[in-house]
Each structure stands twice: as C-alpha cells, then as structure tokens.
Write a protein that binds this ligand. Structure first.
Ligand code: NAP
Length: 332
C-alpha cells in the first residue's frame, strides 16, 4: 500500500554545514507519469559530494532542493508505457535528488534491474562505477604498474583497490586507522600507508624510487602533493576528489606552478567527474554487475547502522570525521 505522504531530506539553505543546510520534511508521494516508475527506497548510499551539493558548490538550482544521489529498492508503481520493468522488481539507480527519501520517482529507462536490493549492491552504483571509469578511462589503467589509491578504504577506494589489483598492478593504499589498514590488506593492497603514522612522501621516495605510474587521488592537500612529487616518468594522476578541502573551501598555497612538477617527467594530472564519462558508464556497470554476481569483487559496507531519513546527517558527519571503513549505507 503506497502512503499518501512520505519523508525526505532536502537542502533548505546553502551551507557547508550539512546539519544546518538540511531538514527532514513530509511530502506527498507522487504517482509515476508516463515513462516513470515509483521506487520504495530500501537503501541509499552516502557520498562525499553530498556536502558539495548542500553548499552549492555543485549547481543544484534554488533551495529547497532534493538530495541523495543513489539508492536501491522495490518498484511499487509504473507509469504508462513502461513494460520492461514491473511492480515488485528490485532496481538500483543513480538519481540526483532521489536517494534521501522514502519513495523516489525515476525514469524507467534509468533504473537498473537487480536480483535483490541490499546494502552491498547499492554500494556498487557510485563507488564501483567511479573507481572503474576513473581508473580505466581517465587513468588509462593497464597492468604491471604501480598504482596508488588514496582514501583507499572508502566507498570509491575499496573498489579501486580491487580493480587495480585484479588488473595485475602493485597497489598502494592510504588510510587513517589500523582497522582500515587491515581491510586494505584483505582486499589485496601490497603496501598500506596509514598516513597518520607514516609520511606518504617519505614512504614513496624510499620504497618506490622509480615513482608511481597511476594515482587515484581522493583526498587533496599533502597527499596530493606527495603523490604528484612521486609520479613516475609518464605517470598519470587522476584528481577524483579532494575531500580534505570540501568543508574548509579552497586552501591557498604559495608554491611553484604545477607545470614545474609535470613537464620534465611528462607527468599528467587529469581532473575527473563521472558524469562527463556518461558514454562509458553502461559497459563498466555491466562488467561490475557480472563480476559482483560472480563473486570477483566484494562490496565493503561500513558496519555502522544508519536507519531512515533522520540518520542521514549523522552518517554524513561520520564520514567527515573519517570514521567509515567501507561505504556508508542508509537503510530505510
Ligand atoms: P569515502 O571514501 O567513503 O569517505 C571519505 C574518506 O576520506 C574518509 O573515510 C577518510 O578516510 C578520507 N579522508 C581523508 N581526509 C579526510 C578529511 N579531511 N575529511 C574527511 N575524510 C577524509 O567517500 P566517497 O564518497 O567514496 O568519496 C571518496 C572520494 O571520491 C571523494 O573525494 C569524492 O569527492 C570522490 N568522488 C568523486 C567522484 C567523481 O565523479 N569525481 C564520484 C564519487 C566520489 P581515511 O582518511 O582513513 O583515508
């Protein structure tokens, strides 16, 4: 039975303080129009970019606006003309504004049928897709190279470690706790650097004198600088994010211009936003779902339980405290 109203989290005013920016509201549940489906969300993924959306760094239009970009659940109603999915089917989706709410409308062609919604499968949507497309398309990942992943135990990072390892690379992963270091070893990291205990730059220059061939960089600040300084000749660094500056805003530095560090070694620094690689997404998602179904990749989900729309702000703050070991998933 579909309720008349349901709850959602919306951004009421732009702020880097996610708690102050957002509010939970009761909203009418709209039935799907032609070509749409209505999904009862069962799980939603928490993403570092939620903060950027709430702060207006990503253009989201006027407030109030809906937030939460990925979820999985059960189709409870279909609009006219929808015949490839049915009521009762489980699906997952990348749907900006559709994640942090009990019921979400989506274009029927955008939902991905899955055997059964779960926290683990929900983690694939943004986390695995971003890792795969960033490494293979932007980073031109092959095999037989040294690959560095920062924030390696997180939602994107834990998949990146697996993809880089399975492609036949030597993989270095950074993290901030012993528990995450254990996770990374279990995922196949050849060298784990807990950057709270060891200096990444010192480790790389001592242990990898020929440099690192490919970097998936998620953190920014000193880790970015250390990674650029230790790129090999023809090395590629993919700027996938810089979470250390999302709350503070840009940090000004006085240093020689970046090209001083790039030209002499033919190094490349490549910005990356998943949405700009839309044409590559279907093939990557198909391979990810096949490999996940075959047990070739595992989804690391943080064990902390976040239940319902009211828990989302706590979950985002948990991430920004650097506490998550794996992907943070909201259970509805
Ligand atoms: P996540 O990795 O699950 O969680 C964030 C992790 O970042 C924390 O657990 C923490 O782990 C690490 N971190 C390092 N310095 C931090 C700081 N100052 N504050 C908070 N955390 C810090 O998050 P995610 O959602 O998967 O995102 C990871 C990165 O991927 C982010 O930079 C995000 O913007 C990026 N991303 C990019 C795209 C794209 O299209 N470009 C798409 C999705 C995500 P440790 O410190 O223990 O390593």
């Amino acid at each position: 039975m579909i309720p008349k109203t349901a709850r959602k989290l919306e951004v009421a005013r732009l702020s880097h303080n996610f708690r102050e920016a957002t509010r939970v509201v009761e909203t009418p549940v709209q039935m799907p129009a032609e070509g749409q489906v209505l999904v009862r969300n069962m799980y939603a993924g928490v993403n570092a970019s939620d903060i950027n959306m709430a702060a207006g760094v990503y253009p989201m239009g006027d407030t109030p606006f809906d937030i939460g970009v990925e979820s999985s659940g059960e189709i409870v109603a279909v609009g006219a003309g929808v015949d490839h999915v049915r009521v009762g089917d489980h699906v997952m989706m990348l749907n900006v504004g559709g994640g942090y709410r009990d019921y979400a409308l989506a274009n029927a062609l955008d939902v991905v049928p899955i055997p059964a919604a779960s926290a683990e499968i929900t983690a694939l949507m943004v986390g695995a897709l971003t890792a795969s497309v960033a490494l293979y398309e932007a980073g031109k990942m092959t095999g037989g190279e040294t690959v560095l992943i920062t924030a390696a135990a997180g939602g994107v990072g834990a998949f990146a470690v697996q993809f880089a390892k399975q492609a036949g690379n030597h993989v270095i992963g950074t993290c901030s706790t012993d528990a995450k270091a254990e996770t990374l070893k279990a995922l196949g990291c050849d060298r784990v650097v807990n950057y709270k205990r060891e200096d990444l730059g010192a480790v790389l220059s001592a242990e990898y004198p020929d440099g690192v061939n490919l970097v998936l960089e998620n953190v920014g600040g000193k880790l970015f600088d250390d990674a650029v300084d230790n790129l090999a000749v023809l090395g590629r660094l993919v700027v996938n994010g810089f979470i250390s500056e999302y709350l503070s805003g840009p940090v000004d530095v006085t240093a020689p211009r970046l090209y001083q560090k790039l030209l002499w070694q033919s190094r490349m620094v490549h910005g990356f936003i998943l949405g700009h690689f839309a044409e590559a997404i279907p093939a990557h998602l198909q391979r990810i779902l096949i490999d996940y179904g075959a047990g070739k990749i595992s989804a690391q989900v943080d064990p902390t339980v976040f239940k319902g729309v009211d828990s989302i702000v706590d979950a985002v703050e948990y991430m920004y405290d650097g506490r998550n070991n794996g992907k943070i998933i909201i259970t509805y």
